[in-house]
Write a protein that binds this ligand. Structure first.
Ligand SMILES: *Cc1c(COP(=O)(O)O)cnc(C)c1O
Length: 411
């Protein structure tokens, strides 16, 4: 069998928001006066870099020689035996550091270096974006400071250690609920104070313009490769492309390549948590309303007074009260659809893929796998389903062990 090599890279300039950073009614730039100048500087640098042949060549080189791209497309035949579905997994779990986050971290840290910054700050919840950023900084010789809520620091001790081994400084934030949103506030404060030397590296398609655009474009390499690979392997486009949605970066990276193909259903899977009730989930499309959080207008889980609701998910990477503005826009136009998988379905999907294919998916990715599993079990029509396997589950093994032990004891 001829193996056609896939050389697709990230795609730039395909669907820009308007000049103020809006995708329809969503997005924009809701920032304090002190951030206007650094955000403008970043925007100008990004728009120059993405048409600069030198920058693009360097990024391409890093993605292929260091990150390990293209990641494989793998057909999960045992998992779907006896169903009319052909299931293809885009293996972002095989990228360096074990998830898609490295695609964006490489791009943004390379941009910071090009801007002459010697230091970057980043926020992290579960630690995955912090690890990816610390990795890119170690590679490029840039100082890295990661802000993390103190609650998350104790829950994610191993990732904190990984970041420190990579030479990053991890700052534990004791304010508020001591989680991701407090870490974002502190990282922003640092950026304002040190803007001469420092860049802010944001981990998903969130925040003020240009971040939702920039992060989607750095992640678009996922969809560009997957499209070429599925055409190579099946001779056609998929019927459905599926990805889990936390902030929404791995999903935007996948969807980007298929938005102009109306025959391809685009399905984002959110965290259904314990139940679709306030505080028990993170399914913004099931319970969110329009609002502004962390610099952007989008769908937000909030109470009637506009206070941000607490969220819950078995997977830390999906546990966030708002979603990238481009998702809200694509949904409002009817181009994308959103479903949710609850904690139990994700845990079951984790075990299902492990046993049928020998692959441990991240608990985040397990939500997308759960959707595909349900689809394969219920559809009667032949279908080609493409799932983005956003990360590997090694980081979650201890948590899964605890949950399965609890389940045994209560049954
Ligand atoms: C962080 C993370 C996610 C969620 O982030 P998105 O921006 O929605 O992609 C999903 N999967 C993995 C493995 C992650 O680390």
């Amino acid at each position: 069998m001829a193996d056609v090599s896939v050389t697709a890279g990230p795609v730039f300039g395909r669907r820009d928001p308007d000049a103020r950073g809006y995708f329809g009614a969503f997005g924009g730039r809701f920032i304090p006066e002190t951030l206007v100048q650094p955000v403008e500087e970043l925007t100008a640098a990004y728009f120059a870099a993405r048409t600069d042949a030198g920058f693009l060549a360097e990024l391409h080189q890093l993605l292929s020689r260091y990150v390990g791209r293209p990641t494989p497309l793998y057909e999960a035949q045992r998992a779907t035996a006896g169903t009319p579905v052909r299931l293809f997994l885009k293996r972002e779990d095989l990228a360096h550091t074990g998830a898609h986050k490295i695609n964006n971290a490489m791009g943004q840290v390379l941009l910071a270096a090009r801007m002459g910054k010697r230091r970057v700050v980043a926020e992290t919840g579960a630690g995955q974006h912090g690890v990816a950023t610390a990795t890119a900084c170690a590679l490029m010789g840039i100082e890295c400071v990661v802000y993390m809520g103190s609650e998350d620091v104790s829950r994610q001790a191993l990732n904190v250690f990984r970041m420190r081994v990579l030479g990053a400084t991890v700052i534990s934030v004791d304010a508020g609920t001591r989680t991701l949103k407090d870490a974002i506030n502190e990282a922003m404060r640092d950026w304002v104070t040190n803007v001469e030397t420092t860049s802010y590296v944001l981990g998903s398609v969130l925040g003020p313009h240009p971040y939702p655009l920039m992060v989607r474009e750095f992640q678009s390499v996922i969809g560009a490769e997957a499209r070429a690979q599925i055409l190579r392997d099946t001779g056609r486009l998929p019927d459905v492309a599926v990805a889990c949605v936390g902030g929404g970066s791995n999903a935007m990276g996948l969807f980007d390549a298929f938005i102009d193909d109306p025959s391809v259903r685009l399905v984002g899977v959110e965290a259904g948590g314990r139940a679709i009730e306030p505080g028990e989930h993170a399914a913004r499309f099931a319970g969110g309303r329009e609002g502004v959080l962390h610099g952007t207008r989008t769908l937000v889980l909030q109470d009637v007074h506009g206070n941000i609701q607490s969220t819950h998910s078995v997977s830390a990477g999906l546990d966030y009260a708002s979603v990238g503005p481009e998702h809200a826009w694509l949904h409002s136009k009817g181009r994308t659809e959103y479903a949710f998988a609850d904690d139990t379905a994700a845990l079951d999907a984790f075990q299902w893929l492990a046993r049928t294919e020998g692959i441990l998916p991240a608990l985040e990715s397990s939500h997308a796998i759960a959707w595909a599993r349900q689809f394969a079990a219920t559809t009667r029509e032949p279908a080609v389903v493409l799932v983005n396997l956003s990360g590997r589950g090694d980081k979650d093994v201890e948590q899964v062990r605890r949950m399965l032990t609890e389940k045994e004891q209560t049954s």
